[in-house]
Design a protein around this ligand. Structure first.
Ligand SMILES: Nc1ncnc2c1ncn2[C@@H]1O[C@H](COP(=O)(O)OP(=O)(O)OP(=O)(O)O)[C@@H](O)[C@H]1O
Ligand SMILES: Nc1ccn([C@@H]2O[C@H](COP(=O)(O)O)[C@@H](O)[C@H]2O)c(=O)n1
Length: 238
């Protein structure tokens, strides 16, 4: 019996403290791929906040909301029930109990999500959801998005801001879809970033205390290693 107690106390002493990691940046910089891998490697939960904004957009498009009208979006913002699963090995997202992981990745949703996510009532609702998920992740969490370090979790233990040239990001995205047009992909990325950076409420921005990592010339494995090292250094320092 005493051996068990001693073993448990020793484990408690050596177990790394729960860490909150915020990863932000423009589209196609590698936030999702990096965050999932870092979370899996470090035994942390993982939250894709872009998937939540996509989910609410998908619901609005399916429920007759005119997404060119901010007042209609604001009125509907509280209606859908969005649930995110935070296992980095298999993140999930449902809307009103329906699996939305496929439909939220369509071109239609991608082209409309910035207009929906700019509406303050949408951001208030989704930000509260994100904070409650982070608070419930007892073992720590990697949360990725556009405003995590600045607004959602300003007290995160470590903040990373990923960047890459538009050309590198377009090439990565084009690589995912056979026969896609590189120039059109690049233009679409730039347009979405401009909308996300230019909105009034909680725009895409680097937090003053974030570490910027330019991934243009790095492989995904190098970016993952870099972030794992940064988190490890932070854990040692605190
Ligand atoms: N450093 C890298 N080198 C090459 N390819 C990469 C790198 N990082 C990510 N990728 C690839 O680029 C694509 C986009 O990555 P990812 O979805 O992780 O970006 P993101 O920042 O989350 O994008 P978005 O904000 O649009 O969701 C994926 O196909 C991914 O495998
Ligand atoms: N914290 C966030 C995350 C995302 N958005 C909006 O959602 C869009 C989709 O994000 P992806 O990461 O899935 O590409 C994004 O373009 C933003 O409009 C946000 O506002 N805040």
């Amino acid at each position: 019996m005493s051996t068990t107690v001693e073993t448990v106390s020793a484990a408690a002493r050596t177990a790394p403290a729960a860490v909150i990691v915020a990863i932000d940046g423009p589209s196609g910089t590698g936030k999702s791929s990096t965050s999932k891998a870092v979370a899996a490697q470090l035994g942390l939960s993982y939250l894709d906040t872009g998937a939540q904004y996509r989910a609410i957009t998908w619901w609005m498009l399916n429920n007759g909301v005119d997404v060119s009208d901010p007042s209609e979006i604001a009125t509907a913002a509280a209606k859908p029930v969005i649930v995110s699963g935070t296992d980095p090995a298999g993140p999930t997202i449902t809307v009103d109990g329906e699996d939305a992981s496929g439909p939220i990745r369509t071109q239609e949703v991608t082209s409309k999500v910035s207009a929906v996510s700019a509406v303050p009532e949408v951001r208030t609702r989704i930000t509260a959801l994100q904070r409650s998920i982070a608070a419930a992740a007892g073992g720590g969490i990697v949360v990725e998005g556009r405003d995590i370090g600045t607004t959602v979790l300003p007290d995160a233990d470590i903040k990373i801001f990923l960047t890459a040239s538009p050309e590198a990001r377009a090439a990565r995205r084009s690589g995912e879809v056979k026969g896609s047009d590189l120039t059109a992909t690049r233009e679409a990325l730039i347009k979405r970033d401009a909308a996300d950076s230019g909105r009034t409420t909680s725009p895409l921005a680097k937090a003053a205390d974030a570490v910027e990592v330019d991934t243009t010339e790095l492989t995904l494995s190098q970016v993952i290693e870099c972030v794992v090292t940064l988190v490890g250094e932070k854990r040692v320092a605190t």
